[in-house]
Design a protein around this ligand. Structure first.
Ligand code: ATP
Ligand code: MG
Length: 619
């Protein structure tokens, strides 16, 4: 059908886009199946024909695994020709990668609109004054890339947009009647990460969806927070990802309620604690466990033991013939430069975030050997809570306080205590939760469950900010009583580009990526074997492409002049969910060879069966 007439896109009586006649047919005279999808948000997704033909697609695949890439997603996205590195933490999206990114965006957009959020687009470059008003110009540290304009005025590249949106809100919102309002954008962020790594996973420049909501009261904030939580759950479910929503620490942004959404994958940077029986799930930074039952061991007489050169808990336990769980270890920490002693059971690990909160500190670190020696006059390894040479405030973890007949340092070089008991031998210090939960602990929510730990990749985060920014920047409206009232805010982020990498971490095999259906750059790959030598094979493949595209499927036709093995390897590497093969032989038999990406065997199907199967899959 060379020269097919086609009217472009019309909206009412307006011609929005008129294609040039010359661009309507491609080199071999096949109809050019321009695919234009007009979404309800008014976005036009346009896929040019060159993308459908592998011979014309810019698809620079690599045979070898690039040495720079440690993580499988990074390796496969480079090898499959999805992305290319420009510099540390900076990536170019190649055609195939951009198709995947756009699919993530489309799902995110749909769910944001469904949740009542409205799309805007804010600048990347932000004036320093706003960050000075919020107090973050000082606080944010070197992750904030700062720059000056030609007038020597300070700016930064936006790592997030609380300041900018608050500025918009304080200028435009006047009355409680305009609330609640929820505004979002899908926009490039820049964070000068201390360790950019794993490709898209921790980049310096990355694509984020960030939304900000404004409310007159907590009930309204809670309602929108829940709507966004539900929208996030739908986004990750629709993308076909295995995920968990977990209670999260609010970290630097500040605020109250917060949940992180994690895609579960062994390579994840975060430890996610979850219950085997109920839906309790929390970031390790915050996770709790049920208290240990109090033991009723009979108190033994306290003894001092000689422990020359023994400094670690393990060595101490071994030397004294006890388990690390019978040791109370004493850690000297500096909380905002004030010394504190923290007590933990010997087999527990200190959770710095919990300790920071428990001490109401901004920062917390372990004291150095020199600081310990200077303050207490005793080296590391021999400190203990009994008979401290200098008074230092003490805080003890619940599990350390549940012990009987425990061992500690004796505040004397080369000596430890054995069989100490709280109250009898030393006062019981204030209690706090200071430890990392361990796999096998009892669930704090239900009576029956046991906690397990899995690795997760954070792909989304919802916060109730409260008045953290609105107070600093003066975002207020007239309330029902006609009085000025500071508004409450929520903020909601999704790592749009990180999702692309996280999806690969969950979906790959030894041959390459296995995209979930909702994320694949194309739904189907059609391999025309020896297309150059056999016009009939190419024509059949092109006709099938046209037929499937007419049904709304995204098809990549591999018409390259390559050996079949190379064609198959490429399709496996780039992870399209379905593969159809046509050759002189199958064409003569009137069948197609079909294989799903995750299956190892192919099947022979008639044309009608192929179409029914692929359309059925889509439904
Ligand atoms: P992380 O703990 O991974 O540094 P964050 O807490 O700094 O994340 P937020 O400020 O909540 O992240 O940003 C919202 C989302 O943006 C995150 O959930 C994550 O998916 C994504 N994101 C954050 N930093 C990066 C990055 N350097 N590269 C890619 N995506 C990122
Ligand atoms: Mg971060």
């Amino acid at each position: 059908m060379p020269g097919a007439s086609w009217g472009g896109i019309r909206f009412g009586n307006h011609a929005l886009w008129q294609p040039k006649a010359a661009s309507m047919s491609n080199h071999d005279g096949c109809p050019l199946l321009q695919r234009l999808v007009f979404t309800y948000t008014g976005h036009i997704i346009f896929t040019a024909s060159s993308r459908m033909r592998a011979s014309q697609l810019f698809l620079p695949t690599l045979k070898e695994t690039p040495a720079e890439a440690e993580l499988v997603s990074h390796q496969l996205l480079l090898r499959g020709g999805f992305i290319r590195r420009l510099a540390s933490g900076l990536y170019t999206w190649l055609p195939l990668g951009l198709l995947v990114l756009r699919r993530v965006e489309a799902v995110v957009r749909e769910e944001m609109e469904r949740a009542g959020a409205q799309e805007i687009l804010m600048p990347v470059v932000q004036p320093a004054e706003l960050w000075q008003e919020s107090g973050r110009w000082e606080m944010y540290g070197p992750e904030l890339l700062r720059l000056k304009d030609r007038h020597q005025r300070d700016f930064c590249l936006g790592p997030t947009h609380e300041e900018v949106i608050s500025d918009l809100a304080r200028r435009e919102l006047r009355s409680y009647r305009q609330l609640p309002i929820n505004l979002y954008q899908i926009q490039t962020k820049f964070r000068d990460e201390i360790r950019p790594r794993f490709g898209l996973m921790r980049a310096r420049e990355f694509l984020m969806k960030d939304a900000y909501s404004f409310h007159i009261d907590q009930a309204s904030l809670q309602e929108t927070y829940q709507a966004m939580y539900d929208a996030y759950s739908r986004v990750f479910a629709r993308l076909g990802l295995e995920f968990r929503a977990v209670d999260a620490d609010t970290g630097a942004i500040g605020g109250k309620a917060s949940h992180e959404f994690h895609v579960l994958a062994d390579s994840g940077e975060d430890a996610i604690v979850h219950c085997s029986a109920c839906d309790y799930a929390a970031n390790q930074e915050l996770a709790r466990s049920a208290p240990d039952p109090q033991s009723s061991a009979a108190p033994l007489p306290a003894e001092r033991a000689s422990t020359p050169g023994i400094r670690s808990v393990e060595a101490q336990a071994k030397q004294l013939g006890i388990t690390p769980g019978q040791v109370v270890k004493t850690l000297l920490v500096m909380a905002d430069d004030t010394p504190h002693l923290l007590l933990l059971r010997g087999d527990d690990e200190l959770n710095l975030i919990k300790a920071t909160h428990a001490l109401d500190a901004q920062s917390l670190r372990l004291a150095t050997a020199e600081e310990t020696q200077d303050l207490l006059g005793i080296p590391f390894g021999f400190i203990g809570p009994k008979d401290l040479p200098v008074p230092v405030p003490i805080l003890a973890d619940h599990r350390a306080l549940a012990l009987h007949n425990f061992s500690t340092g004796a505040n004397v070089v080369d000596e430890h205590w054995l069989n100490l008991n709280w109250e009898r031998d030393l006062p019981r210090p204030p209690a706090a939760d200071l430890r990392n939960v361990q796999a096998g602990d009892a669930c704090p929510h239900c009576a029956t469950g046991v906690l397990g730990i899995r690795r997760g990749i954070e792909v989304g985060h919802v916060f109730q900010l409260g008045t953290r920014y609105s107070e600093k920047l003066g975002v207020k409206v007239l309330n029902e009583a006609g009085k000025d009232q500071i508004v409450l805010m929520g903020c909601y982020g999704i790592g749009v580009s990180r999702i692309v990498a996280a999806a690969v971490e969950q979906n790959f095999d030894e041959r390459g990526i296995c995209w979930p259906a909702a994320l694949a750059p194309f739904d189907v790959g059609i391999v025309a074997i020896q297309a150059k030598k056999s016009p009939a094979v190419l024509a059949a493949a092109a006709a099938m492409t046209a037929q499937l595209e007419a049904q709304g499927l995204r098809v990549l036709l591999d018409d390259r002049d390559e050996r079949p093995g190379v064609q198959f390897a490429t399709l496996d590497l780039i992870g399209l969910p379905h593969r159809l093969v046509i050759s002189d032989k199958t064409l003569a038999q009137g069948v197609w060879e079909y294989r799903a990406r995750r299956e190892s065997d192919s099947r022979l199907l008639s044309e009608a069966e192929v179409v029914a199967l692929l359309l059925g899959e889509r439904a």
